[in-house]
Write a protein of this length. Structure first.
Length: 316
């Protein structure tokens, strides 16, 4: 299947890779971004670009009048610390902005809306690792609450507006174009600091775990989710939700050691106080995406690290 898609956050780290994946699959692509974090040069040449905030009337009207088959919502406030310090801003972007996008989708006859949700935060600190989609959702940060609430908005407004909704619950995404200044990108931060010969800072004892998935695997999931023949609906929020991850649990200490080994360089590790709202463990099952979408992660961690390192060295 191919068609016409609008990607919010399409100039960003994940959104720009998604735009490339859609183009490679024969889709017509429009990227919408306010460039607060994204970069205009990351938008593929064959994609149309609209500069707008997701909360704006311009963004809503672009979707309402654009004749899009799919809207892929990647734009977000992504920093857990920001959400803890300023939950109103987090909610304004992640909830008010998304509701505005959904209003445009309802008016524009959009067939399907994809939401970049977060399996790393909507489950909270679950008892079962790796975690499957039916697991109870109990976020421990305002960011997690806004992502979970966005899934509810998608379900309700999709029913009212006549479009299908799919939530892609990402684990920790890494890869080329990830901003090393963003607290959400620990792999990128570690790689950039090791390449620069600077110390790595680990918050807490470093035994907290994450599930690291490569950005091009994530982009491929969007194309597959857009091409599903139909989307199951149900009373449970997890029915149209898919974990996009690897199912491999890695501690932050192990990540630091792995990065230094992969790059052939060692730097000091400094430990700092744990940050509020951070999970102790996060790792997701991916069997549902494999069975229903035909998606599995394909890029091994060492291969992904090599691609990220090559990108950093090419930009410095």
């Amino acid at each position: 299947m191919s068609g016409s898609v609008l990607i919010t956050g399409g100039a960003g780290f994940i959104g720009s890779h998604i735009a490339e994946a859609y183009l490679a699959a024969g889709w017509s692509v429009t990227c919408l971004d306010d460039l607060s974090r994204g970069k205009r040069e990351q938008v593929p040449d064959r994609a149309t670009f609209i500069e707008a905030d997701v909360r704006s009337a311009e963004a809503r009207e672009a979707i309402a009048d654009g004749g899009f088959d799919v809207v892929n919502h990647q734009a977000a406030q992504i920093d857990v610390r920001v959400s803890v310090d300023d939950p109103a801003t987090d909610a304004s972007i992640n909830l008010v902005g998304f509701a505005n996008i959904l209003a445009g989708a309802s008016r524009g006859g959009v067939k399907r809306v994809l939401l970049a949700s977060s399996g790393g935060v909507v489950y909270g600190d679950p008892a079962v690792i790796p975690t499957a989609e039916p697991t109870a959702t109990l976020p421990i940060s305002p960011y997690g609450v806004s992502k979970l609430a966005s899934e509810h908005y998608l379900r309700v407004l999709g029913t009212l507006g006549g479009f299908e909704g799919v939530a892609l619950r990402y684990s920790n995404v890494y890869g080329p174009r990830q901003d090393p200044k963003s607290e959400a990108g620990v792999v990128s931060i570690f790689v950039s600091r090791v390449l620069a010969g600077q110390p790595i800072t680990i918050f807490g004892d470093g035994e907290q775990t994450r599930d690291y998935v490569f950005v091009r695997d994530v982009a491929r999931a969007s194309v597959l989710a857009s091409s599903l023949a139909s989307v199951s609906r149900g009373a449970q929020l997890d029915v149209p939700a898919f974990n996009i991850a690897t199912g491999t649990e890695t501690s932050v200490n192990a990540l630091a050691a792995h990065v230094m080994t992969a790059l052939g360089r060692e730097v000091p590790i400094e430990y700092a106080e744990a940050r509020p709202g951070e999970l102790s463990r996060s790792c997701l099952q991916v069997e549902k995406a494999a069975e229903q979408m035909g998606w599995r992660p394909e890029v091994a961690f060492d291969e992904g690290l090599s691609a990220l390192s090559a990108w950093f060295e090419g930009t410095t």
